[in-house]
Ligand binder design. Structure first.
Ligand SMILES: [Zn+2]
Length: 124
């Protein structure tokens, strides 16, 4: 097993561990297969955006749960990502977006739990 020899769209090295020399995304022998898959899934840009948000969201969730990210920042950021995902979802109805929304809901619930019994409407 070795690291893939390809590079990501942002030109950083691909970090996938693969049995051969390249992962599915970077294997030159699979270029045709990828192109067919890509055209079936629509344009690749929204997919990239979703993948990017997914990565950030995971990092954000981990950060909040580890206590490295401020809860308030985490809450606001997750709301922003939620809006972003809805906008992308309108042009790309993929299951992935629904999965991310579920993840966001889980995150929001985790944040609520962390607040620990604070109540709304007490500042009248
Ligand atoms: Zn790769």
């Amino acid at each position: 097993m070795a690291r893939c020899g390809g590079s990501k769209p942002d030109s950083s090295p691909c970090e996938r561990i693969v049995p051969g020399s390249f992962c599915y995304s970077h294997d030159p022998d699979r270029a045709d297969e990828r192109r067919r898959a890509a055209s079936k899934a629509g344009k690749s840009k929204p997919n990239r955006e979703v993948a990017d948000i997914k990565r950030r969201l995971s990092e954000l969730a981990d950060g909040v749960l580890d206590g490295k990210v401020d809860k308030g920042v985490g809450a606001v950021a997750s709301q922003v990502y939620n809006v972003l995902l809805r906008a992308i979802g309108m042009e790309l109805k993929v299951k992935e977006v629904e999965e991310l929304e579920t993840k966001l809901e889980e995150m929001a619930e985790a944040l609520e739990r962390q607040k620990g019994g604070s109540t709304y409407g007490s500042t009248g």
